[in-house]
Design a protein around this ligand. Structure first.
Ligand SMILES: [Zn+2]
Ligand SMILES: [Zn+2]
Length: 280
């Protein structure tokens, strides 16, 4: 398992690799554009050359790109649809440029509308974004299930993948906090194994592309997406270790997106703690 955390790419993507190394990461995750606005972001030749040079011989073996949260591929609003397509399409092209392990996307929200047509709309946008790029995988992230969010169950993720055309580039990202919030009991090794059995039945294990390890501030089935530091939430040390040690997760990138003790994100100590739990 390639354990690491979300880092900033401020100064260029090679700086994200440096920040990952400082934190002892084997995998990192970045936003390819500011998550506060819609402006799609890409990197120029010089930035890409520096990035690829930095990756050579680096402890960082895998890079994930998180698509911005403003995206809503299921929106009924033509302007939001167009902005989502532009942003997601660019994230995937950047993924091609960086050789990323995947772009992670929250599949969208039906808001107050019906779910089946929302899945259809999301599938159309996702399929189009894939067609604009070459080969970077797209991982639909399981959501915490708040409001009308799509992708709260493995069955719904499977429907989204179908609606998007079923490309082999489509996979899923499992977030331990979101799983718990959506009612998947991942607090013990037996619980995690049962959940992965279900994933295998509903989606097939070959669709599993990446992992997010976050503890959860709220309990099982709460539908609340509030990350806690590793071992400090409802999963606790036992749940986090069970997630890290699940046999069928090995080899995958697994990034922490925790608040950290000062609210500035995951520190090196926490990455090291996750690596100890994984080892031991
Ligand atoms: Zn996540
Ligand atoms: Zn989350």
């Amino acid at each position: 398992m390639l354990i690491g955390c979300h880092v900033s790419p401020a100064g260029g993507p090679h700086k994200a690799v440096e920040r990952g190394e400082e934190r002892g990461c084997k995998a990192i995750q970045i936003f390819n554009q500011s998550p506060r606005g819609w402006k799609p972001g890409s990197y120029n030749e010089e930035q890409l050359a520096k990035f690829h040079a930095a990756m050579e011989g680096s402890s960082v073996e895998a890079v994930l790109i998180h698509a911005i949260y403003l995206n809503n591929a299921a929106s009924e609003d033509a302007e939001i649809q167009a902005k989502t397509l532009a942003s997601l399409g660019m994230s995937l092209k950047v993924g091609d440029d960086l050789g990323a392990a995947g772009v992670v996307l929250h599949p969208g929200s039906a808001l107050k509308g019906e779910v089946p047509p929302a899945i259809k709309r999301a599938g159309a946008i996702i399929g189009e974004a894939l067609a604009q790029s070459e080969s970077c995988p797209l991982h639909l992230e399981i959501t915490a299930g708040a409001g009308g969010t799509l992708g709260r169950t493995f069955a719904e993720l499977a429907e989204l993948i179908d609606a998007a055309g079923g490309s082999p580039r489509l996979g899923v990202c499992l977030d331990s906090c979101h799983l718990l919030a959506s009612g998947y009991d991942v607090r013990t090794p037996e619980g995690v194994a049962k959940v992965v059995d279900e994933l295998d039945r509903e989606l097939g294990l070959d669709r599993l592309g990446s992992l997010h390890l976050n503890d959860s501030q709220f309990p099982l089935g709460s539908n609340k997406d509030r990350h806690a530091d590793i071992g400090q939430g409802e999963l606790g040390e036992v749940g986090c270790q069970a997630f890290l040690q699940e046999e069928r997760f090995q080899g995958l990138p697994c990034v922490l997106e925790t608040p950290g003790p000062d609210g500035k994100g995951t520190p090196a100590e926490e990455v090291a703690y996750a690596q100890r739990l994984h080892a031991g």
